[in-house]
Ligand binder design. Structure first.
Ligand SMILES: [Zn+2]
Ligand SMILES: [Zn+2]
Length: 134
C-alpha cells in the first residue's frame, strides 16, 4: 500500500483511503474495469463508497496521469493502470479486454512523412480464444 500511496502523492493525488483502494484495485486487477465493475467490487468493503466517488476518482487519476482511460466503445470507458504504450483487444462475446504488445518499429505507416509520432492507440475487436466460434 505504501508504494501506491507514494506513487499517487508524487503525481499530485492526495491518497485518501478510498482513492488508495481504488488505485490498488485497478493496479492489481488487470481486467481494465469500468466504473461499474470497480464500484460493485469495492462497495461491500467500503459501504460509504458511491459511484460518483469512483467516477470522480478515476477522472482525477486520468488527469494526473496515474491511469489511462480506454475508449474502445462509445458506450463504455475502461480503465488501465498500465501506463506503458500498448494496444487492446476486446472480445465481442465475453467483453474481455486484453493487452496487446505492438512493435511500432516494424509497422508500416504511410502518409506521415516527416511527422513525429509520440503516442498511439490501437484497438482490436473480435473473439478471444475461448469465445471464438468454430
Ligand atoms: Zn471472449
Ligand atoms: Zn491495457
Amino acid at each position: 500500500m505504501e508504494k501506491y500511496s507514494n506513487f499517487l502523492l508524487s503525481n499530485g493525488v492526495k491518497p485518501s483511503v478510498q482513492r488508495l483502494r481504488i488505485y490498488e484495485f485497478i493496479h492489481t486487477n488487470r481486467i481494465h474495469p469500468t466504473i461499474e465493475m470497480i464500484y460493485s467490487n469495492l462497495s461491500h468493503e467500503m459501504p460509504t463508497l458511491s459511484k460518483t466517488t469512483v467516477y470522480n476518482t478515476l477522472k482525477l487519476f486520468v488527469s494526473k496521469g496515474v491511469a489511462k482511460a480506454i475508449n474502445i466503445e462509445d458506450t463504455e470507458i475502461r480503465y488501465d493502470a498500465d501506463l506503458s504504450t500498448h494496444g487492446h483487444f476486446k472480445c465481442k462475446s465475453c467483453g474481455g479486454l486484453f493487452d496487446v504488445m505492438l512493435k511500432i518499429d516494424n509497422l508500416v505507416i504511410e502518409g506521415l512523412d516527416n511527422f513525429k509520432i509520440e503516442e498511439y492507440q490501437v484497438n482490436l475487436k473480435g473473439y478471444c480464444n475461448v469465445c471464438k466460434p468454430n
